[in-house]
Write a protein that binds this ligand. Sequence first.
Ligand code: MTE
Length: 316
Amino acid sequence: MPLIIKKTSDIKSSEITPKSVYLDRRRFMKQVFASSLLVGADAMLPAWAKRWPDLPQSAFKADDKLTSLEDITSYNNFYELGTSKTDPAKNASLFNPNPWSIAVEGECNKPGVFNLEDFIKPYALQEYIYRLRCVEGWSMVVPWVGFSLADMLKKFEPNSKAKYVEFTTLLDKSRLPGQSRRVLNWPYVEGLRIDEAMNPLPIMAVGLYGDVLPNQNGAPIRLVVPWKYGFKSIKSIVKIRFVETMPNTTWNELAPKEYGFYSNVNPEVDHPRWSQSTERRIGEPFWKPKIKTEMFNGYGEQVAQLYTGMDLRKYF
Ligand code: MTE
């Protein structure tokens, strides 16, 4: 997908345009965005109409150099679109993420089924620059467009039995043809403990680099949990369920000794087949030394307290 990257101006449009005009423009952008999701992935809209050029930055943001849009969109894990790193980009056009709806179920007072437009409408989008560390030993720095997972979950009023949150990817082999092969137990399922989900860091992402989420990165909406290995950041979500018991997650079911439920980035606990102490930053020249992986991917200040008293070798 050819995308043009423009630099965000230092002067916000809100500062140079009368407020009423500015608000109208934002409303129009939202309408265009919503309709682009409804009419099709490659709606014939001008590029600017699908962009969020002046989003505020989130409070927590990695200062690392951003990974290029090309690398973020061409080196992917999305088994529903193929198992090699280049498959998802190659097969991205086979996946039509429109129309899209999300069901919220389980232990909450306000369950429901929502079309994507209604689902995301209540939230103010922000740019979140987060490190993504894959369990395979590579990492990226991605400028996501999204909103707080906690803010979203609270809207549905989880009750006292909601101890975990389970997320499920679309199950439809006509749209995600990789599901014709039984490489994983489809649909892809992930989960978080409720206090992890309510931490301010995790987001629901709907875009990156100021544009809608490319299909290969989990269009139209995905989870991003920056202190956990990348596979927790489930793509193309259609169901969110509040549950009392720990969800059975896809990778944990497939290989429980290799992929724990928690899967916090932890350089001291190796994967049975790989060391987790260093990582390769995608896009950096091959001769550059690998980076030392940080505990909780460098987000310890925000999340370490979630695991006080837990043996993280046992609960890996
Ligand atoms: N979600 C689904 N539904 N299917 C997948 O195969 N792969 C995971 C995660 N989410 C995956 C998924 C893995 S292993 C990683 S590392 C990240 O997505 C990669 O996200 P990215 O392609 O945006 O870098």
